[in-house]
Every structure is written in structure tokens, then in C-alpha cells.
Design a protein around this ligand. Structure first.
Ligand code: CA
Length: 604
């Protein structure tokens, strides 16, 4: 039946009104992310409000519409090519139907998940000079959302508060000394109205610190240095005065390192905030602190009172670090039954290869066992909480051959996930080996690579190794680790190193993005591969899941511009933008989605 023309026109008019109405609704329905919303994020799976999904940084979602029985029907619902350069490492956040992601340098984009269109983009315009300060890629791992603002830290150390509706800058502060070789790649977190941010640069031997800024005004609330300064001047706090007793020589003339560039977690009940600190700078303790010493607070887990920035307790994973063994890797909090008692745990899988289980209220070590094959230490002494180092792993007069892990660590920035239903931690890792050699001609110079290690190459590990064995030709892995028994429940091995992060869901699923551009789903309890898709890119960031209009989705950023090894832009010799083929993209998956990237790309 054909409608009369007049009715047809009327119908068109009505649908136009409906369409504009629904668009207006989507745009107006912007609710501020409050402290209460952040506190209940763990139980509400619909959104992804902060870097680790919740204050405990579990990366576990209670969503289960996509589960182990239907995950085979997963396909691409949207693919959006970003105009990023370099590699992507960010965890995007989702709130009110908008996805907030970052790409290189700390460029932020807001993406409407309903329309598939970018709403705004903010580019901090990091100078070419500042891009050169990045030790390990001009990457960024994400934003924080709070009270109508989006917080991002650019590579050059600027922290910006953006209007979530427009991307316009509300306030901006330089958090690092601009003339020194600091960078920021990590995501800020907001705790009780304060934006918490650390920094990187220990390879250049800068002095690490963590800062808290008033979320409304950008005013500095407190700062905690992870390394003591010049002892002839007043110490910033009694903790640093104590820490200075664990250093020798004139470390402060260089800086010492300890940069906290990733982990931040919060326990609202205990009102304690946890930060992980980085490696020593220079790497070789002999150059940094020639009389020895533990060198607090390098490679440590630090608990703070978030209102004041005063230290509640600390636990040093690698005393006197000489191998780039950062403890800034993800910190995850959970309440777990061990020997019949529910314990308030803090868990970390830092670079040095031990999985640490601590009481997060007291900082007391509960257990530590190797979650990957390592040779630098035999184990951790439970009486002292200190690692039992193997002979010959330090190199005060020469070379340490075949040390596992090398500076890449057994676990790096790639996020892990804690599943309270299976009681397992899913850790993406790799086995590496290096030879560390002293550089007798080393001279510290500001603004250069100051590791003080002249020769580091991959070699065969020197036995004896402890921890799960390496699979031949497969140095990468995903392990499902039981923190109560400190044993591996299941393991998947990969040919590729530095695979991306993971998310676990109540659908008995673990999703892992791999370095060869795949997203793979495993059953959380057994590690059976249930689904995978090749996305035609190299390098994957870390997956998230959310619910929109009653439907569950998985999203992940992945890819690396083909000719952009360093990702620098704007200087002489810097390569141009490359959007072809493996260029960086946002991938969104839902049940019944398309089976190829080509089919899901936006139609021109
Ligand atoms: Ca480092």
C-alpha cells in the first residue's frame, strides 16, 4: 500500500524530529563522574570509569551477556581509524555512551559510541624536543574522568583538565621541571577530589615523584619524591631522611630514578592509596650509590594517605636495583580467602618476576613466588621479605651474563586482570635474558641516556632458573595465577613478546590482545581458546567491556603506523602520518558483528 504524499511527508517529518530528539538526548545526557560513582564502579559493569575499571584496578567486569557459550558469535560492530602516530597503549574509558581514548603524546579523543563519530579531539601539541625525551615510545595509557572533566597528562609533563563536552582546556599545569628529561605516559587517577599523577625518566636518571592536584583548580596539593635529595638541604619529609640512610655517594647530583610511571590503586575503606615506583638511575647501583645500600624508595610499593601524601608503609621488591627492575607495574587490590581467613590483599607482578601478595593495610609480605622463569634470584626470604640474589648478578667490576629477566621484565605495562569468580590473576608476560656490563667510562650528563650500562644483549640464561619454564620458541605468555597457592592454573604461550593487556568478565572469559594484532578470548577457568580475530595491525593495547542500550561490547585500541618506529612528528627526519593497512584503530566488538575489518570500516 502506498501512503498519500501528505502522510509520507508527515512521517518523514516525525522521524526527523525523533532523530534529532534522540541525538539531543545522547548529547545532553552527560552526568558527572562522582566520587560515589567511582566507588561503586566495581559492581556496576555498564561503564568503564577509570583506568583499571575500578579503584582496585581489577579489570574485571560483572557483565556476562557475552559468555563462553556464545563468544563465537563475536564480531566487529565498529572500526574507527585514529589519526595517531606511533603505537597505542591506552585503556579507553566509557561514560554516558562516549568513549574517551588517548593516542600518542597524550592526544585525547571523545568518540560517540552510538553514532560512531568523533565528537572532539584535544592535541597537547608536544614539541619535537620533548618527544625525544621518551625512553620507550611516545605512548600514552589513558585519561581520568571526574565531575564533567577529562584529565590527561601529556608526554611533556603537562596535566590538563578538559571540559568533557567540548575538549576545551579548563586548567593546565606543568607537573615536571620542563628543562629536565621527564616524561609522562601513564593515566591519571582521581581520588577524593585530587588528580594523582607520576612520571617517567629513570633511564635519564631523573628524580622520581608522585603529585596530587586539586581536581577543580589544578593547585598542587602534595608531592612525594621517591628518592631522597641533597642531604645538606632539609629533607622534604622524615621518610626521605630515613631513605637517605640507604644511599651512599652523591646520588642526588644525578637524580636517582624511581619514577612512578604506571600503577595507582585506592582502597576507600582503608583510605590508602598505592603507587609503584621505578628502577634506579643510573641502572648500575655501583655508579649511583657506590658504597651499596638498598636505595629507598626505588622499585617499591608505596602506600599513602591520599589527603596528605604522607607515607603509610612501603615494601621494596628489589633492594639496590641494578637491572631496571621497576615495581611500577599494575597494583591490584582484592579481598581473598587464604587458609580460611579473608585477607585484604595487594597484588603485583613487577618486572623482577616475583608475584607479590601483601597485606594492603600493614604492608606485610604474605607470599612471593616466581610467575615466570627467572635467574637473578632464588626466591624471596619470608623472614626478611628480601630476594635471595644469585651469585654474579651484580656487575661492580665487569659483566653479569645471562640475567633473567632483562630490562623488559617478566611483566611490563600491559595490564593484568583479577577475576574474583575464578580467584585467578591473568598476567601477560614474557621471558627475556640480558647481559649487563658496567661502563667504566660512564659520566652522568643531564639529557642523555644515563643507565650506565654499556652492553645489554639477549643471551642464554645462566642456570639455575626458578619459576614456570619457558616454552621453546615461545617467549611470550598469558598465565592464570592463583595468589592463594602461588601456582599457575593454566598458561598460554606465544611466539610474540610484549603482547597487550587483558580483561576478565563474569561470562567466564578472558580477552587478550596480542602483539601480532589478534584479539583472543579464553575460558577464564580453563584457558581454552574459544574465539579469535586477526585485525591486521601490529601491537594491541588493552581491552575493555561495557554495556550500551542493553548490549555488551568489547573495545580495544590497536595498531602502529607502518613507518613510525619512533612516532616522532614535526622535526627534521620525522616520518609522516601513515593511515594505511596496520594504522592505529579503535575496534569495537559485539555479538553478531562483522567478521572482517574491511566490512566494519566506516563507509566513505
Ligand atoms: Ca626503566
Amino acid at each position: 500500500m502506498r501512503y498519500p504524499n501528505i502522510l509520507n511527508c508527515l512521517l518523514v517529518a516525525i522521524s526527523a524530529v525523533l532523530a534529532s530528539g534522540s541525538r539531543a538526548t545522547a548529547q545532553q545526557k552527560r552526568t558527572p563522574v562522582t566520587d560515589a560513582a567511582l566507588r561503586k564502579a566495581a559492581s556496576d559493569g555498564k561503564e568503564w570509569l577509570s583506568y583499571g575499571r575500578d579503584y582496585s584496578e581489577t579489570r574485571f567486569s560483572p557483565l556476562k551477556q557475552i559468555d563462553a557459550t556464545n563468544v563465537q558469535q563475536l564480531g566487529l560492530t565498529k572500526v574507527w581509524p585514529t589519526d595517531a602516530l606511533g603505537a597505542l597503549e591506552a585503556t579507553p574509558l566509557v561514560h554516558d555512551g562516549i568513549l574517551y581514548g588517548t593516542v600518542s603524546y597524550g592526544i585525547v579523543f571523545a568518540f560517540d559510541l552510538r553514532t560512531g563519530e568523533r565528537i572532539w579531539q584535544y592535541d597537547p601539541q608536544v614539541s619535537y624536543e620533548n618527544q625525544q625525551k621518551a625512553c620507550c615510545g611516545v605512548v600514552n595509557r589513558g585519561v581520568a574522568l571526574y565531575q564533567g572533566r577529562v584529565y590527561v597528562a601529556a608526554l611533556d609533563g603537562r596535566l590538563s583538565a578538559l571540559d568533557a563536552k567540548t575538549g576545551k582546556v579548563d586548567w593546565q599545569v606543568q607537573t615536571t621541571p620542563p628543562d629536565d628529561w621527564y616524561t609522562i605516559t601513564g593515566a591519571p587517577r582521581v581520588i577524593k577530589g585530587k588528580v594523582i599523577i607520576g612520571n617517567g625518566g629513570a633511564e635519564y636518571a631523573v628524580r622520581g615523584f608522585v603529585s596530587a592536584y586539586d581536581a577543580n583548580t589544578g593547585k598542587l596539593a602534595w608531592r612525594f619524591y621517591t628518592v631522597p635529595g641533597d642531604p645538606s638541604k632539609p629533607f622534604e619529609n622524615p621518610e626521605l631522611e630515613m631513605a637517605a640512610k640507604t644511599w651512599t655517594g652523591e646520588w642526588w647530583k644525578m637524580g636517582g630514578g624511581g619514577t612512578p610511571w604506571d600503577a595507582i590503586a585506592y582502597d576507600p575503606e582503608a583510605d590508602l592509596m598505592y603507587v609503584g615506583s621505578g628502577n634506579g638511575g643510573p641502572w648500575d647501583r655501583n655508579l649511583r650509590s657506590p658504597g651499596g645500600g638498598d636505595n629507598l624508595f626505588l622499585s617499591s610499593i608505596l602506600a599513602f594517605h591520599p589527603d596528605t601524601g604522607r607515607l603509610a608503609w612501603y615494601y621494596q621488591t628489589t633492594p639496590g636495583d641494578s637491572w631496571d627492575y621497576t615495581a611500577t607495574q599494575q597494583i591490584t587490590l582484592a579481598d581473598v580467602r587464604i587458609n580460611g581467613t579473608t585477607r585484604k590483599l595487594l597484588m603485583q607482578a613487577p618486572k623482577n618476576g616475583f608475584f607479590y601478595v601483601l597485606d594492603r593495610i600493614t604492608g606485610k609480605l604474605i607470599s612471593a613466588e616466581p610467575y615466570g622463569s627467572i635467574t637473578w634470584a632464588k626466591g624471596v626470604d619470608m623472614k626478611t621479605g628480601r630476594p635471595v640474589e644469585n651469585e654474579g648478578v651484580r656487575y661492580p667490576k665487569g659483566t653479569a651474563i645471562g640475567v633473567s629477566p632483562g630490562p623488559g621484565g617478566v611483566h611490563n605495562w600491559d595490564p593484568m586482570a583479577w577475576d574474583p569468580l575464578t580467584g585467578l590473576m591473568y598476567i601477560p608476560g614474557q621471558i627475556s635474558t640480558a647481559t649487563y656490563a658496567q661502563r667504566p667510562d660512564f659520566a652522568y650528563k643531564k639529557g642523555q641516556w644515563n643507565s650506565g650500562v654499556g652492553f645489554v644483549t639477549a643471551t642464554q640464561p645462566s642456570p639455575p632458573a626458578v619459576g614456570p619454564a619457558v616454552a621453546t620458541g615461545q617467549p611470550g605468555f598469558l598465565t592464570a595465577w592463583d595468589p592463594t597457592t602461588q601456582k599457575e592454573r593454566w598458561r598460554v604461550n606465544y611466539k610474540t613478546l610484549y603482547n597487550g593487556g587483558v580483561v576478565a568478565t563474569a561470562g567466564n572469559l578472558v580477552f587478550h590482545g596480542t602483539a601480532d594484532g589478534k584479539l583472543i578470548a579464553y575460558s577464564a577457568d580453563k584457558g581454552e581458546k574459544l574465539w579469535e580475530m586477526s585485525l591486521g595491525v601490529r601491537n594491541m593495547a588493552s581491552p575493555i567491556t561495557y554495556e550500551l542500550d542493553g548490549k555488551q561490547y568489547i573495545a580495544i585500541l590497536g595498531g602502529r603506523a607502518a613507518n613510525m618506529a619512533a612516532g616522532l612528528r614535526g622535526g627534521a627526519g620525522a616520518a609522516g602520518k601513515d593511515q594505511s593497512g596496520p594504522g592505529p584503530k579503535l575496534f569495537i566488538f559485539g555479538l553478531g558483528g562483522k567478521n572482517s575489518v574491511e566490512d566494519a570500516l566506516p563507509k566513505q
